[in-house]
Write a protein that binds this ligand. Structure first.
Ligand SMILES: Cc1cc2nc3c(=O)[nH]c(=O)nc-3n(C[C@H](O)[C@H](O)[C@H](O)COP(=O)(O)OP(=O)(O)OC[C@H]3O[C@@H](n4cnc5c(N)ncnc54)[C@H](O)[C@@H]3O)c2cc1C
Length: 335
């Protein structure tokens, strides 16, 4: 999402967020005259598509996180700032941060991504059902999964063991599907011969989806194939039942209570607070409506005067390549 103004002098471009979108924008401006400031609350860029590998101990956190500074080391017109943006002074054209700093901009790129949403139950459900968007969450999920096997090995009570060996993944979009499959592989293959009192292959992995099929955003034939592949791995797929309750003891789906010590949330996302900062209308998921050139309608915007010949990439979607393309588009320099 971009917010700019036309000008003759050297432009100060502030990019908030060094995910796929923000880095794409910064790199697109590498050969421009602009002074670029990239602000991120973290000092590393996270490759989110491999978070589930960290959550299931196939990769370590360092494998999927790279320092933003080293990624932009060779780009002399870019400066990196680690700070959390908390708002904008729209009249004065400053980005405001939690550390109390103010960064002036002529052109602003907001690429702050999304966070999990728990259908209004965030305070109760987030602590018991972490979502997979950050490194910390991935290591937390890894710890919960691995320690559940350890506790089951030590436990004497059959019901307690069964609960420890049950994982519920809420939401059968790509993240839920990947994670369910990865936990099943962990239990069936990697851990299968490492325990003496329990058989990790008996672990229950449930994938719960309120909609009528897994991967609802994909072609229906892919949903059928993905569900069959999951079931071959031993994942129980429950469709058409929303989760009614999540506690440390388990989940309630429809009228059924499932006792489970590991619950992972993959059911919904909300946009970041960027819409509030801009003071513009957002939809229920906090998303801002943008023009095809990614500028925010109604805000002073200098769309590139060297009008690009191709159409800009669409503004919705999940794919990192799409985000990179959107970022590059947002960063296309004008005069
Ligand atoms: C588990 C998982 C698996 C995925 N798998 C796939 C896949 O297989 N294929 C696929 O195509 N896509 C996948 N995706 C989606 C893909 O990762 C996202 O579409 C992509 O990361 C979005 O890029 P972005 O730049 O918009 O946001 P992000 O990558 O989320 O970057 C946002 C950046 O903004 C920073 N930020 C946020 N708020 C602030 C603030 N207030 N101040 C300063 N900085 C801030 C964050 O620290 C972050 O660095 C997956 C996502 C997840 C979570």
């Amino acid at each position: 999402m971009t917010h700019c103004r036309g000008m003759a002098r050297r432009a100060r471009v502030v990019i908030v967020g060094a995910g796929f979108g923000g880095l794409g924008a910064a790199r697109a401006l590498a050969r421009s005259e602009a002074e670029i400031t990239v602000i991120d609350r973290r000092n590393y860029h996270l490759f989110q598509p491999l978070l589930y590998q960290v959550a299931t101990a196939a990769l370590s956190p360092a494998d999927i996180a790279w320092p933003i500074r080293s990624l932009l080391r060779g780009q002399s017109n870019a400066r990196v700032v680690m700070d959390r943006v908390c708002g904008l002074d729209r009249a004065g054209r400053f980005v405001l941060t939690e550390d109390g700093r103010r960064f002036p901009y002529d052109c602003l790129v907001l690429a702050t991504g999304a966070r999990h949403a728990y259908f209004g139950r965030d305070a109760e459900w987030a602590p018991v059902a972490p979502g997979l968007k950050k490194i910390d969450a991935a290591t937390e999920i890894r710890q919960r999964v691995l320690l559940a096997f350890e506790r089951a090995e030590n436990g004497e009570d059959a019901a307690e063991r069964a609960s420890l060996l049950t994982s519920v993944i809420v939401g059968a979009g790509p993240t839920g599907v990947e994670l369910a499959g990865a936990i099943a592989e962990l239990a069936r293959d990697a851990l299968a011969r490492d325990f003496r009192r329990i058989d990790p292959r008996t672990a229950r992995i449930l994938l719960v989806e309120a909609g009528s099929r897994v991967l609802p955003a994909f072609d229906e034939r892919l949903s059928v194939k993905a569900q069959a592949a999951l079931e071959r791995l031993g994942v129980e797929v429950r469709l058409g039942v929303p989760v009614a309750e999540c506690t440390a003891e388990g989940v309630q789906i429809g009228a059924e209570q499932i006792s489970a010590r590991t619950i992972v949330w993959a059911a919904g996302v909300m946009a970041s607070s960027a819409g509030n900062w801009l003071g513009v209308e957002t939809d229920r998921a906090g998303r801002v409506r943008v023009a095809p050139d990614l500028s925010v309608p109604g805000m002073m915007a200098s769309t590139p005067s060297a009008t690009p010949s191709s159409s800009p990439p669409a503004t919705a979607g999940r794919c990192p390549e799409l985000r990179r393309r959107q970022g590059r588009w947002a960063g296309m320099p004008g005069d």
